[in-house]
Design a protein around this ligand. Structure first.
Ligand SMILES: [Zn+2]
Length: 275
């Protein structure tokens, strides 16, 4: 998606390839896409636009979504001009390619793009860690101690954001939820989609944790949870590959239950060790 143009009654998106077209339906609920195919270059979104304010809001939403979906090379151009030299180029989203000044933090940056990784659930943890370290070196506060106050602040801000992004992408549950968020999806607020058998099983697990008296028992319970979390991560990967987002949500909710059991196990272990 190269750019979008808006007028009072239409928002026009210019699509550059079939991937863009495929992504469009998930961009926002208001999209009217009766016959989007890889060949269509322009899509008009005309629903729900009645006033100038509507058009403005819609433009903002679309622009926001496009920023999230656009590949890195194009996101760079969407970023604001350098605060120092007013040019546009960026290296790794962080450094102006013209003057080399460290840019202001962009909280909206897509974490996958930040690490220059494909926006996909399956990722190489080692590669993520490698890129994380590279970025942290790039913005390390020591490098900016003799630079402008603005860059000093930016280096601290980026450092914090890079940590947050790394934490999010490293943990399968966090990463899964982040991908859903990027696709405009929300996690269910209750457990109504879960089967009763699973919920009963979780209740039993919690009882077992309560009844466990030795660290050996607790470790066994924990081993079982770890195994299931690993299996769930594999299942989650499949759901994302199939773009079965509702099913992915279900797996994520189950994983959250398992994590909560694990938390109880760990807290009880600490009590046992301390006591
Ligand atoms: Zn610059």
């Amino acid at each position: 998606m190269r750019r979008f143009a808006g007028s009072l009654h239409t928002i026009r998106l210019q699509l550059s390839n079939s991937d863009d077209c495929a992504r469009l339906p998930s961009l926002a609920n208001f999209c009217l896409l009766p016959n989007v195919t890889g060949e269509i270059k322009h899509v008009k979104i005309t629903s729900a636009i009645k006033t100038k304010a509507d058009a403005g809001t819609l433009r903002q939403v679309v622009a926001q979504q496009i920023r999230k979906y656009a590949p890195p090379s194009e996101t760079t151009t969407a970023e604001s001009a350098c605060w120092n030299c007013t040019r546009n180029g960026r290296k790794n989203h962080l450094i102006c390619t013209s003057c080399g000044y460290l840019q202001d933090v962009n909280e909206e940056v897509n974490y996958f793009e930040l690490f220059n990784l494909p926006s996909s659930f399956s990722l190489e943890q080692q590669e993520l860690t490698r890129r994380f370290r590279q970025l942290q070196t790039l913005v390390h506060p020591d490098k900016f101690s003799n630079k402008t106050t603005r860059e000093q602040k930016n280096s601290a801000d980026w450092s914090a954001l890079i940590n947050k992004a790394y934490k999010t992408l490293s943990a399968p549950i966090e990463r899964g939820q982040y991908i859903l968020k990027l696709q405009g999806q929300q996690m269910p607020q209750d457990n109504s989609a879960l089967d009763k058998a699973f919920l009963m099983d979780m209740m039993e697990r919690n009882e077992q944790v309560e009844e466990a008296n030795t660290s050996k028992d607790l470790e066994l319970l924990n081993d079982a949870v770890v195994q299931e979390l690993n299996a769930s991560t594999i299942e989650l990967n499949k759901k994302f590959e199939l773009k079965a987002l509702e099913e992915a949500k279900n797996v994520l909710v189950k994983m959250k239950y398992l994590l909560s059991v694990q938390k109880s196990i760990k807290s009880k272990l600490q009590t046992l060790m301390g006591g």
